[in-house]
Write a protein that binds this ligand. Structure first.
Ligand SMILES: C[S@@+](CC[C@H](N)C(=O)[O-])C[C@H]1O[C@@H](n2cnc3c(N)ncnc32)[C@H](O)[C@@H]1O
Length: 468
């Protein structure tokens, strides 16, 4: 019987306590935060005891050589995860536990300033973006999952408990090789396919498609994990355009994306125009100006202060200038095949409740028709804020704000504000609107028209629920 090295490595990790909690407890908040900033000295100080967990942390996270007899390294060496160097062992790859699962992912060693350099086929490990996507993904069991651009396989590992069948694709053979290792270490079965975007799954449909694609918009394709070589934001546009053909009925496609803000063009229309034949929900989480953007990605590839830094920075700015780019949006795109084809694009640059995936399928409600016969209830957790000059009888501005979920805010008039105070699910709108007209001395027809004009959006945004 062949030796099952991946499961032996899993046992080794389990016995060492090499889990997310184990790593967090050992590092503590200071060394953990420093490591997230690529500073290893504090972590070095708390991992000197020689325990198996400390050894694994030094090996895979600090990427420093460890004594050759500190652990039984045989399986790590045989799988190519580490190598002997004289009397010491050093990591060849980065192996890390995955939050919320029993799985592990394998990626290339982390590039750090002054340390390992990125190669064009670098396979990136877990980071802010991958965690962000994992939190966005809808919480429902699915029959079949496609992880497009799987890289280390992290999204598939995250979703392995929820998907009966997993297909993971990547353009990079090296990424597929490491994803295969990740799946073996995690005890996951997955179909691995090589190819560009949806080409490897031509003619197939999925219940869930997730992708953290190489969305970085840059003058040239230097690193395949982040840059596609397509012009501007064409990669994300193509993904959004092509995904619906691969979505089963009631299926979801969720991805991270970057898009251009071009002078004289509405970014919302640009992105909304990508979505065809499905419901779409786009949330812009951040916008950077061209200089911030170039700096971010030059920092990501540890090139700050390097010999080509200035030339690359300049070329990046030139690229944006030629395209009249004023900013670059970062955000989420969710597509849902539900048959209604509503598209919603919104600004979400504030903190939202995570994981969004726990409630995302409630966010794509369409704008309902509302009549005075409907009974509404103000959604739980909606608060009202009023601002205006001190002592003024009437506020200048009234805002309804959600204290949960996406924490949306809506500026409203006095009628909608009064309804938010009155809608408790008892009376239909008709009598409530009549009472508001009487109390405010306003024409009942005007009150009704105002209410019916704004309620569909407020209901679609989750400020009110129709309960009858
Ligand atoms: C940012 S990494 C994402 C890795 C991983 N899924 C995650 O969430 O961390 C993007 C991945 O897409 C792959 N990729 C790049 N261009 C591609 C293309 N045209 N088709 C499919 N995959 C591609 C890269 O090789 C890389 O593994």
């Amino acid at each position: 019987m062949p030796i099952d090295r991946p499961s032996r490595v899993r046992d080794l990790f389990g016995q060492a306590g090499y889990t997310i909690d184990g790593v967090r407890d050992l590092l503590g908040p200071v060394a953990g935060a420093a490591l997230a900033r690529d500073e290893i000295v504090p972590a070095q100080r708390v991992t000197r005891g020689g325990t198996p967990l400390e050894t694994l942390l030094q090996l895979f996270w600090l990427q420093v050589p460890v004594p050759g007899d500190a652990l039984d390294f045989a399986d790590l060496l045989a799988l190519g995860l580490a190598e002997r160097d004289g009397g010491e062992v050093r990591a060849r790859l980065h192996v890390e536990p995955v939050e919320g699962t029993d799985g592990y992912v394998v990626s290339d060693l982390k590039a750090r300033p002054g340390g390992v350099h990125l190669s064009p086929d670098h396979v990136v490990g877990q980071g802010g973006a991958s965690a962000n996507l994992a939190q966005l993904v809808v919480h429902r069991p699915v029959d079949n999952l496609l992880d497009l651009g799987t890289g280390s396989g992290v999204q598939a590992v995250h979703l392995s408990g929820r998907a009966r069948r997993i297909t993971a694709t990547d353009l990079s053979p090296r990424a597929l090789e490491l994803a295969r290792l990740s799946f073996a270490l995690s005890g996951i079965e997955a179909e691995l396919l090589a190819g560009d975007l949806f080409a490897p799954v031509d003619g197939r449909e999925f219940d869930l498609i997730v992708s953290n694609p190489p969305f970085v918009i840059s003058p040239e394709r230097r690193f395949g994990y982040r840059e596609s070589g397509l012009s501007g934001d064409d990669l994300c546009r193509r993904l959004v355009r092509e995904a619906p053909r691969h979505l089963a009925e009631d299926g979801w496609c969720q991805l991270l994306a970057n898009w251009l803000h071009v002078d004289g063009e509405d970014w919302r229309e640009r992105v909304a125009g990508w979505v065809e034949g499905v419901d779409g929900w786009v949330g812009q989480r951040d916008v950077q100006d061209p200089a911030e953007y170039a700096e971010l990605w030059l920092r990501d590839s540890c090139e700050v202060g390097g010999p080509e830094y200035t030339a690359r920075y300049d070329a990046w700015l030139e690229y944006f200038e030629r395209r009249k780019v004023t900013g670059i949006g970062f955000g989420w795109i969710s597509l849902h095949r539900s048959g209604t084809d509503d598209v919603r694009v919104e600004e979400l640059r504030h903190a939202v409740d995570q994981p969004v995936g726990a409630y995302v399928d409630n966010l794509l409600r369409g704008r309902p028709d509302v009549t005075p016969a409907d009974t509404l209830r103000t959604a739980e957790g909606v608060v009202q804020e009023q601002t205006g000059p001190p002592g003024a009888e009437d506020p200048e501005r009234i805002v309804l704000r959600q204290t949960y979920g996406l924490r949306r805010a809506a500026q409203v008039g006095t009628v909608a504000a009064a309804l938010a105070g009155a809608c408790d699910g008892d009376l239909p709108l008709g009598p409530l609107l009549a009472a508001i007209a009487e109390l405010t001395g306003t024409d009942p027809g005007d009150v009704r028209d105002q209410a019916l004009a704004v309620l569909p959006d407020l209901i679609a945004d989750g400020f009110f629920d129709i309960i009858g």
